[in-house]
Ligand binder design. Sequence first.
Ligand SMILES: NC(=O)C1=CN([C@@H]2O[C@H](COP(=O)(O)OP(=O)(O)OC[C@H]3O[C@@H](n4cnc5c(N)ncnc54)[C@H](O)[C@@H]3O)[C@@H](O)[C@H]2O)[C@@H](O)CC1
Ligand SMILES: Nc1ncnc2c1ncn2[C@@H]1O[C@H](COP(=O)(O)OP(=O)(O)O)[C@@H](O)[C@H]1O
Ligand SMILES: [K+]
Length: 513
Amino acid sequence: MGLPAGANLEILSPAEMAEADRLAIAAGPLDGYGLMQRAGEAVAAVVLARYPAASRVHVLCGPGNNGGDGYVVARVLAEAGVSVAVWAEGEPRAGSDAAIALARCRLERRPLEAFIAEPGSLVVDALYGAGLSRALSGDAARAVEIAAGLSVVAVDLPSGVSGESGEILGTAFCAAATVTFARKKPGHLLLPGREHCGEVMLADIGIRNEVIEQVAARTFENEPELWLSNFPTPAVDTHKYKRGHVSVFSGGPSATGAARLSALAAARSGAGAVTVLSPANAMQVNAAHLTSIMLRKADTVEDVQEVIGDRRPSAFVLGPGFGIGDKARDFALAVLARKRQDGGVEGLVLDADGITSFRNTVSTLSEAAGRPDAPALIITPHEGEFGRLFPDILGDKKLSKLAKARAAAARANAVIVYKGADTVIAAPDSRAAINANGAPWLATAGSGDVLSGISAALLAQGMQAFESACAAVWIHAEAGRRFGPGLTAEDLPLALVAVLRELVEARQKVPIG
Ligand SMILES: NC(=O)C1=CN([C@@H]2O[C@H](COP(=O)(O)OP(=O)(O)OC[C@H]3O[C@@H](n4cnc5c(N)ncnc54)[C@H](O)[C@@H]3O)[C@@H](O)[C@H]2O)[C@@H](O)CC1
Ligand SMILES: Nc1ncnc2c1ncn2[C@@H]1O[C@H](COP(=O)(O)OP(=O)(O)O)[C@@H](O)[C@H]1O
Ligand SMILES: [K+]
């Protein structure tokens, strides 16, 4: 995926970052120590800018290169006149970059086991970064406790946070700011790691974009730059069907609200026409609540085929309030059996009951979605629903949330939107994005229905499945975050408006091509 220059949205696993370090060193001009020097200087600059009044700075240095960065920080701060104490755990390996950094840092070193810190002092955590290989224990774990009441600036990652998964190994520092290098790592965005990082600041240590490109990362931070150039904006001479037609399947008479929420979100998100497809016995109740949104009866697979033939909807939502069972499976498979090309169906967003209906038959779904020219499939599970479709993947303790979403996408031939406070969007071609702009206000009934409507609207307007899902997740989260306390799912469709306006305006500034 070509990102706009300067977007820096690639997320590198610790292994990919180590590869980037190696390639950068091989390409020069900086050697390993040169990169470390830049890294340490960047952290020191943050400390000086953010904490000019800190009475004392305690730098905790581990045995590896993270500790090496720490020795650079300590030296630069001391040279700037700051009162610095260095507390060390382990010895850098002879000949390593960290050993060079230690040799150049002439400050007294005290053992970490003796670490104490006065109130008002600042802690720089340079114990472990990308190389964290086991749970924090002993003196490092004790240092976490001592630092608990103090401001902490973490070097690369708070020690104890897995850069790969965001999991906490044993215990971990809670930083006010984390300075990382070149690109973010999954552990900065996945929970609970994200919560331990505080503000994540990206420092340029001289690893050029061409080097990052060589690593060919497949994971990205979900920000508008990732998909803005594909974001739909209507042409002057458009008409309503050109803007995409979304159909949302409604549940029975006592469960129609979810589909209407989804439909309204689709309409707000730019679909020119939206139809609620309702069982006959729920037509009255749906009709009583719909105005601009159209309504049509769909009780059988034949009804669905007819809708597709007559009205040519380009994307469907199936699941919110729909009910679990054969009907959901049959309808979903009927949609997926259509062709995508030549004005066919672009895609299906399978949510809620639609997901649960495939609990024991996920292979039927993946076969249907894997057929050449099948409509795109986007599945939007929260953790419970994810576990119903992919129990073995959910239960695999070796996999991060990112890896789980990726494995599920490959198995299901679908874009998986694995929801939560750290939603991961993964495509069958192994691309993935991690979303971090949400807020807990979004945890409200019906919020997911709105998300599926946004995704379908973007699909219907011609956005590719992965990009639609990424854009929908970001827009939904942004609207919820900005609205804040008091948010109900009913508020979300209107709250999208300001976010969409900004995106459309930003899109118009992106060069075409
Ligand atoms: N040249 C480079 O590769 C650069 C590396 N940089 C820094 O280097 C770091 C990675 O360095 P390393 O790969 O040396 O890894 P770390 O310094 O993160 O840790 C590795 C060392 O810690 C030990 N260790 C790991 N977990 C432990 C635990 N829980 N308890 C006790 N010991 C533990 C390992 O056995 C190993 O000795 C990055 O996070 C970054 O801060 C930066 O200086 C930029 C340049
Ligand atoms: N703590 C949170 N922070 C940010 N987003 C959240 C949080 N909790 C839930 N969300 C988002 O809210 C939506 C909830 O969807 P879902 O669980 O399907 O709810 P519902 O079925 O009630 O609509 C998802 O998009 C999810 O990512
Ligand atoms: K650290």
